[in-house]
Each structure stands twice: as C-alpha cells, then as structure tokens.
Design a protein around this ligand. Structure first.
Ligand code: PMP
Length: 315
C-alpha cells in the first residue's frame, strides 16, 4: 500500500504554485491549513500523452478541463485569482520545466489560502492554485479489464454534494464504495443514485451496450460531467453507432453485451463482470475495443480528426 503514497522528495522537480514555479520540496502549507483546505478544494485531472511520433507531449482537452475547474469553483463559491490563459500557461510550464518524456498526469487544484479560523470556509475566500504532476503508465492497448460490483453506498447527489463539482471531498463517497468493492473481491464499484438508477464509478463514468446501442446515464443522473464520456460519445457516433443518454437500471448491467468505464485516469476500461455475472463472453467487447483504439489514436495525435482537442508541447 505504501507504494501508492508519495512522500516528500519523491515528486517532480517543479510544481506551479500561485503564480510561480516552485521546487517540489519547498511547496508546503501549515499543518493547520490542511483540514479546511481539503474540505473546500476543487481540482482537475488532465493527461498529457507522448505523441505517436515521439516528438511531443499532447495535453488532452486542456481548455475544457480548465473550464470545468472554474465551473467547480463557481458552484462552491471559491475565488480563483488567475484567469484561464494564466493557468493554461502554468500547466504547460510544469510539463516543460520537468522535462517530461513520458505520459504525464497533471492536477491543477485550488484550495482556500491560509489558515481558516472559522468552522466553515466562507464564500469568496481567495484560493491558492497548485499545478502538480506525475508520470503514469497508460492502460490503452494493454487488454486491461476489470470486475465491477454495484455498491451498497448511494452516489452523492445534487441536493447535498453535487457530483458535477470536482471536489476532493466528493471522493469520500467513492472511497467508501471502492473499499467495499475490494473487500468483496471486485475491482471497482458502480454507484446507484438516490433514485436507484446507475450513476457512475468513483473515478469514471459508465456506459453499456445493449442490442448494439450504446447507453449511458445522462448528465443529470448524479455524475461528473466527464470529458472522456463526451469524447467517447462523439467518437462512437462518428463510428456510426447509436448513442442514447438515459436512465440505466441496475438489471440492465446484467443484460448488457458490453459494459465499460470512461475517465481521464481510467481511460476506456472494459468491465467483464458485474456482481459476479459475466458480461458478454467475459472479455472486452467489440464496441469497447473499437472505442479504446479510437481514443488511443486521438490522444496520441495519430488520428486526423479532433486536433482541436490537443495542445502540443514539443520536446
Ligand atoms: N466521474 C468521476 C467521479 C471522476 O472522478 C472522473 C474523473 N475525473 C470522471 C467521472 C471522469 O471525468 P473525466 O473524463 O473528465 O476525467
């Protein structure tokens, strides 16, 4: 488990903090700031892939992710004191100064600055913004699969903790579900919303294939408005498939020919069983594999289409 924990000194050389590049080891906050700062913090998870020709890093859907960061901050009434072009440049700087030559995960996040004295973080508090990064190994094209289980935990909802906000505190819900799934011998949970309909996984959206149609819960079903979901639906439609956004019942997961997760971190992840029931023939289905290949091609800049989804950082 400790291999999952990054300690002081283990990071990249530089991160960006509130206006300047800062050496990793110097980027500390007072211990008293940790509680409130994490309750109120919002963030983004963005990937930069090495291009297929090995010449550059390609940041995927950078502006859309940054827009979602501002949307999250707006909903929870945090004030980010930098405009989007400044943050955009900050992310690109972090890639450049760390001289990355591998796939990189970028995490811009905003948290209330200083030690908050009140019990609640008031609206409008000025934020610090950090851009953190680390390398990752892509699962695309590696024939990864996972076994999923419907969680006994209900997905957080719009009336209490809006899942549309990408807040660290929302991951309390996903974490409980993940621990339960692992304890029961599955890889990942699928959460149902307060109406008992399928919502999403703890770090990715979900879709099924039934009678050849791709079906995914709508953006009002208690999900994060995922960019990988939107990317996937676009690519699937371009492949000529019918894509429907509607409520999905738990039992449809049991009848689906294919089930897959979609997210920046998880990429396109085939689900081979749900609650112990085999999905299809128990391996990744055809639609899932086609989507995974199309996604891999787009993020590595191999595909001719959707160049506007990519920000190139030459080596
Ligand atoms: N849902 C949740 C809860 C997530 O954490 C993520 C990962 N950001 C997603 C969905 C997928 O969103 P995206 O495709 O924009 O990464």
């Amino acid at each position: 488990m400790d291999s999952l924990v990054r300690m002081d000194g283990d990071g990249p050389e530089w991160l960006w903090r509130s206006g300047s590049l800062v050496p990793w080891a110097e980027a500390s906050v007072h211990v008293n700031a940790v509680g409130h700062a994490s309750v109120a913090a919002v963030f983004e998870g963005i990937k930069a892939y090495v291009s297929h020709d090995g010449s550059s890093l390609l940041v995927f859907r950078l502006d859309e992710h940054l827009k979602r960061l501002y949307d999250s901050a707006r909903i929870v009434r945090l004030h980010i004191p930098y405009d989007l072009p400044t943050l955009r440049e900050a992310l690109l700087d972090v890639l450049r100064v760390n001289r990355y030559r591998e796939d990189v995960y970028l995490r811009p996040w905003a948290f209330p600055a200083g030690v908050i004295q009140e019990q609640m973080v008031p609206a409008g508090v000025t934020c610090e913004v950090v851009v953190d990064s680390w390398t990752f190994t892509s699962g695309l094209g590696t024939e990864r699969e996972c076994r999923a289980a419907v969680s006994s935990w209900t997905r957080i909802n719009e009336a209490s903790m809006p899942p549309r906000v990408k807040a660290f505190s929302n991951y309390h819900n996903g974490r409980l579900a993940m621990i339960e799934a692992r304890e029961n011998g599955h890889d990942w949970p699928i959460l149902l919303n307060e109406r008992g309909k399928v919502s999403e996984g703890p770090g990715a959206c979900i879709a099924i294939v039934r009678d050849g149609e791709v079906i995914t819960p709508s953006t009002t079903s208690g999900i994060l408005e995922s960019l990988t979901r939107e990317t996937s639906l676009t690519l699937l439609r371009e492949m000529g498939l019918t894509v429907v956004e509607r409520d999905v019942d738990r039992t449809e997961l049991y009848l689906a020919e294919e089930v897959f997760f979609m997210g920046t971190g998880w990429e396109i992840l085939p689900v081979t069983s749900v609650d112990g029931l085999q999905v299809g023939d128990g391996t990744a289905g055809e639609v899932t594999r086609l989507l995974e290949a199309a996604y891999a091609s787009v993020v590595r800049g191999k595909s001719d289409g959707h160049k506007d989804w990519i920000t190139k950082v030459p080596f």
